[in-house]
Design a protein around this ligand. Structure first.
Ligand code: HSE
Length: 332
């Protein structure tokens, strides 16, 4: 078992060149799905969830140069294998640049996280790959550097290197991107005693499209609302308080601009709250909607059912399930 910044057991470095010490071994890493934004924390907040995982095998090899990607699992045929267009591929290219070594990287991605839903699918593949290469290459980047490199992968899918999905998929728990230039991340253990009801409607749009609808400027009263609610989310995460987290899920800037992309949005929202959720928001850029549940006062399965039924009343087929906060990438 390998944890972040740790070293794999049984792998001895056999080659040293420049700054890297390459092991030429394979690693199999599991990386969790994630929910980003958490209401008012656009591009800043992220949380790792135990609902779905990508499993990625990464190998530094000498029989190819460049990057070779193969993909299996959920919607594998919809994900590009051209390295420059694949989030894991971009991460490999970033590592190759830094290794200054005549080697290639072979990656097999087994998708468990459904792409295009707002649950950090592209980030999970990138995180698992970066986690493995950080160790296999011997480069051993520290936390902030590794998150910055991994976020480059998001350029391939979102057009922007947003780090709010890759950070929790790598590090686990609740993460805050304190700064983008340079990247600085705060990370906290997964909060306990909190559940989420997650509804994934069969609506598809890209993160790029969901970012294109955002306002270019924000009025100060809206900013004040969002800062207050963002503070509420942070305190809730640190105090394991599902009421505070749910109350904090109120974003009147980004979510307001995106809600029209989701058929049935207002109805699903109301249904989740009526079923006992403490709050509800879009997961990342959507279309997935995620509701916070206090397991002491409500049944997350009832909230899941209410959200699914509401989407279906708008003729939007929907997959729905529960999730809990979890740890980040790990060797399996
Ligand atoms: N913060 C990003 C956005 C997350 O909302 O565009 C994308 O999943």
């Amino acid at each position: 078992m390998l944890n972040f910044n740790g070293h794999p057991k049984n792998i001895l470095p056999i080659k040293k060149c420049g700054e890297s010490m390459i092991t030429f071994k394979k690693m199999k890493i599991q990386a969790p799905c994630t929910t980003a934004n958490l209401g008012p924390g656009f591009d800043v907040f992220g949380l790792a969830l135990d609902s779905m995982f990508d499993i990625v095998e990464t190998e530094i090899v000498t029989d190819i140069s460049g990057v070779e990607i193969s993909i299996s699992g959920v919607d594998a045929d919809k994900i590009p294998t051209i390295p420059e267009q694949n989030t894991a591929g971009v991460v490999c290219l970033e590592f190759l640049k830094r290794m200054r070594e005549e080697v290639g990287i072979r990656v097999h991605i087994n998708k468990g996280v459904t792409p295009g839903t707002g649950l950090g699918s592209s980030a999970a593949s990138a995180a698992a790959t970066a986690f493995a290469l950080n160790s296999l290459s011997g480069l051993n980047f520290v936390k902030n550097e590794l998150v910055a490199i991994t976020a480059q992968g998001e350029l391939a899918s979102a057009g922007v290197a947003h780090a709010d999905n890759v950070a929790p998929s790598l590090l686990g728990g609740f993460t805050i991107i304190k700064s983008y230039d340079p990247i600085e991340v705060l990370n906290f253990p997964p909060p306990s005693d909190i559940e989420f009801a997650i509804a994934v409607p069969s609506i598809r749009y890209t993160t790029k499209e969901a970012r294109a609808v955002l306002p270019k400027a924000v009025e100060i009263p809206r900013m004040v609302h969002n800062i207050g609610h963002a503070a509420c989310v942070v305190v809730g995460m640190l105090k394991n308080d599902p009421e505070l987290i749910g109350e904090g899920f109120s974003d009147i800037i980004i979510e307001k601009a995106r809600s029209h992309l989701i058929e049935g949005y207002a109805h699903v929202r109301k249904s989740a709250l009526d079923a006992g959720a403490t709050g509800i928001t879009l997961s990342g850029a959507g279309p997935t909607m995620i509701a916070c549940v206090n397991p002491k006062t409500a049944d997350a399965n009832e909230v899941v059912k209410a959200m699914k039924e509401a989407f279906e009343q708008h003729n939007v087929p929907c997959e729905a399930f529960t999730g809990r906060p979890t740890f980040g990438s790990k060797e399996i």
